[in-house]
Design a protein around this ligand. Structure first.
Ligand code: F6R
Length: 282
């Protein structure tokens, strides 16, 4: 896996946008896995800028979002469909019928979850999946305890996630208690995964995900078992990673370390590009 530590959240958003832009250029009908929350906003802004400059065409792109609250009407301003329309879909030339989110208002949620997995399969699977991370190590709404084989399903949100997400609602009592989420098993089938994180409040979760045990207690730790996964971290989010672990490659068999930002080689030693693989290349 690759871990890149960037100086600012702007640079993190830019780096993520560049990666996604490359994938869209390389395969115009690419299938994107998308996330909501505060962290992807800079990346979505950067993608919109590329589109406005005529450098990116979304007309054949297909997307599947990770999750949606249960019970929020589609047009609710904290619903994830509303978020995606406002921050990305309405600003680029993606065909709305190519954009998919789980339907948190479905009368038969179990059937909707199964159909969502089928729709991803029918589209050929996700080429590149974007993830954020919760302060408790969740990815999508796979809260601690979520198994590696878990699939798209309804989950109860933890009190920590309800508290974290209450910043978007009038008060905590308005935050839905349940969500529909892709499972760990579902997202691990994506051909490529990119996790982005910024801010000191993510530092502990990032350190546990990259250096702790691979365990359901920290769902993001399962990503270390994915063959093509990149973490793009703003420096505060990377601040709890131990230099020793950086050098030894998180227990993987081989690792290299280099400066990712040659323009600022002297900044605090945090501009690393780390590439890890189980095998030493020939
Ligand atoms: C949202 C999602 C969540 C967020 C995570 C971080 O689709 O899947 O797992 O990525 O809660 O949220 P922010 O970015 O708001 O800190």
């Amino acid at each position: 896996m690759e871990v890149r530590v960037l100086d600012t959240s702007d640079e993190m958003g830019q780096a993520a946008a560049e990666l996604f832009a490359q994938r869209i250029e390389g395969k115009p009908d690419v299938v994107l896995g998308l996330a909501t929350g505060s962290t992807p906003l800079k990346m979505y802004d950067a993608l919109v800028r590329l589109y406005e400059q005529g450098k990116l065409d979304f007309s054949h792109v297909v997307s599947f979002n990770l999750d949606e609250y249960v019970g929020l009407p589609t047009n609710h301003d904290q619903g994830y469909r509303y978020f995606m329309d406002k921050n990305l879909f309405d600003k680029v030339n993606i065909a709305k019928e190519n954009t998919h989110l789980p339907d948190g208002m479905a009368s038969d949620l179990a059937a909707m979850c199964a159909a969502y997995e089928e729709a991803i399969k029918d589209a050929g699977g996700i080429d590149i999946q974007l993830l954020g991370i919760g302060g408790n190590g969740h990815v999508a709404f796979n809260e601690p305890g979520s198994g590696k084989e878990s699939r798209t399903r309804v989950v109860d949100l933890t009190s920590e996630t309800i508290r974290d997400n209450s910043r978007f609602f009038k008060d905590e009592s308005e935050v839905p208690r349940q969500a529909v989420t892709m499972g760990i098993g579902s997202m691990m089938e994506a051909r490529e995964i990119v996790l982005i994180a910024d801010g000191a409040d993510k530092a502990e979760a990032i350190a546990k995900a990259l250096e702790g045990e691979i365990t359901a207690a920290v769902p993001a730790s399962f990503l270390r078992e994915h063959p093509n996964c990149t973490f793009l971290l703003e420096r505060e989010a990377a601040s709890r990673l131990s230099p020793g672990a950086l050098e030894s490659g998180y227990g993987a068999g081989w690792g290299t370390i280099g400066v990712s930002n040659p323009r600022h080689p002297s900044r605090g030693g945090l501009n690393f590009v780390l590439r890890f693989s189980g095998r030493k290349p020939k």
